[in-house]
Design a binder for this molecule. Structure first.
Ligand code: NAD
Ligand code: UFG
Length: 337
């Protein structure tokens, strides 16, 4: 059934794709963002792709007075909570900011949702909560051993949400653990637009192929993997966005807090991703092996069967589509300004 859905962090990389997917499914997205890591121009792009009026409220997810106004002004029946800080390296230097925005932001949101009688919540968690899993593919029952402050803020928020649902059976909460989101909307109107030099593999390759940076450093050639480079589960951001629409439908029928992996269910090494990207862009990237990046792990990919079994959703777009769409976005500028 169509509903009004608040998307916090709704002008960010993932939130903007979710907003468009919500509209395509007949929902009405309301975006909340403080634009600390996004551009105002995203809002018009989302409106263009959504083809419907999309409200965007500028403000901080920790601002309870603002949140109360949003719930008062809009008939919100569910929230997708993407707002947060996500740079792993920065989180080590700024733990106060990361715990405040990621954990406290989630507490404040849940507080106001409770007051407003809105009990359906989808939370953006991360596969980084697993650290290096003992068993692959990694399923939702695996031990949580995050390697970074960022990962620990996700683990703590997850624990809080499980406690909340245990204390009050009215809550319907989906905790979605994203693996490695990448790619862009096929229209190339929205995509990942990191400020400065990208840290992540796919956006960095886009900018190297476009001539903005000279060379890709492959972080380690001696990982215990078949070709010695790190293995990850890359999920197309469009699949990820549609996973949230599926989660909302599922939540309508299910109380409690449920944790669900969102991944493709298979891993690719850095060398395999580079080869797929070179094919997509028709260029050979300058690259060299460098040392391992601190905090990285060798290998993880999702056991994605719970999402399919319980929510009827699975990722369908393969690595080639991720690379082709990321490159199309880069060729369209790869930025909002
Ligand atoms: P993003 O930075 O593009 O989007 C986050 C948005 O939240 C930004 O638009 C930012 O301006 C906004 N924001 C930050 N602090 C805020 C605050 N206090 N109040 C209101 N808005 C605030 O990041 P993304 O890649 O779209 O990630 C979205 C969510 O998914 C995050 O919670 C992130 O931790 C999680 N996640 C991302 C990845 C990934 O690789 N991109 C992987 C796993 C999980
Ligand atoms: N890599 C390189 N060179 C680079 C950048 C990355 O070799 O310049 C390698 C990494 O070592 C890793 C792989 O490419 O093996 C993917 O790295 P990314 O930085 O793209 O992604 P991560 O797996 O490190 O982290 C991502 C998100 C995190 C999230 C995590 C868990 O950036 O926010 O996935 O799912 F927490």
């Amino acid at each position: 059934m169509a509903s009004t859905v608040l998307v916090t962090g709704g002008t960010g990389y993932i939130g903007s794709h979710i907003a468009v997917a919500l509209a395509a499914a007949g929902h009405v997205p309301v975006l909340l963002d403080d634009f600390s890591n996004s551009e105002h121009a995203v809002v018009d792009r989302v409106r263009e792709l959504a083809g419907v009026a999309v409200t965007c409220v500028e403000g901080d997810v920790r601002d309870t007075a603002l949140l109360r106004r949003v719930f008062h002004d809009h008939p919100v029946t569910a929230v997708i909570h993407c707002a947060g800080l996500k740079a792993v390296g920065e989180s080590e230097a700024r733990p106060l900011a990361y715990y405040d925005v990621n954990v406290n932001g989630s507490l404040r949101l849940a507080e106001v949702m409770g007051e407003a009688g809105v009990n359906r919540l989808v939370f953006s968690s991360s596969a980084t909560v697993y650290g290096q899993p003992d068993v692959l593919p990694v399923d939702e029952q695996a031990a949580l051993r995050p390697h970074s402050v960022y990962g620990r803020t996700k683990r703590q928020t997850e624990e809080f949400l499980r406690d909340l649902a245990r204390a009050n059976p009215n809550w319907h909460i989906a905790i979605l653990r994203y693996f490695n989101p990448a790619g862009a909307h096929p229209s190339a109107r929205i995509g990942e637009a990191p400020r400065g030099r990208p840290n992540n593999l796919v956006p960095l390759m886009c900018r190297i192929a476009a001539g903005e940076y000279p060379e890709l450093s492959i972080h380690g050639s001696d990982w215990p993997t078949p070709d010695g480079t790190g293995i990850r589960d890359y999920i197309h951001v469009q699949d990820l966005a549609e996973g949230h629409v599926a989660a909302l439908a599922w939540l309508a029928q299910h109380a409690g807090a449920r944790t669900i992996n969102l991944g493709l269910g298979r891993g690719y090494s850095v060398l395999e991703v580079i080869a797929a990207f070179e094919k997509a862009c028709g260029r050979v990237l300058a690259k060299a092996f460098g040392p391992r990046r601190p905090g990285d792990v060798a290998c993880y990919y999702a056991d994605a069967t719970r999402a399919e079994r319980e929510m009827g959703w699975r990722a369908t777009r393969a690595l080639d589509a991720i690379c082709a769409d990321a490159w199309r976005w880069q060729q369209a500028g790869g930025r909002y300004r």
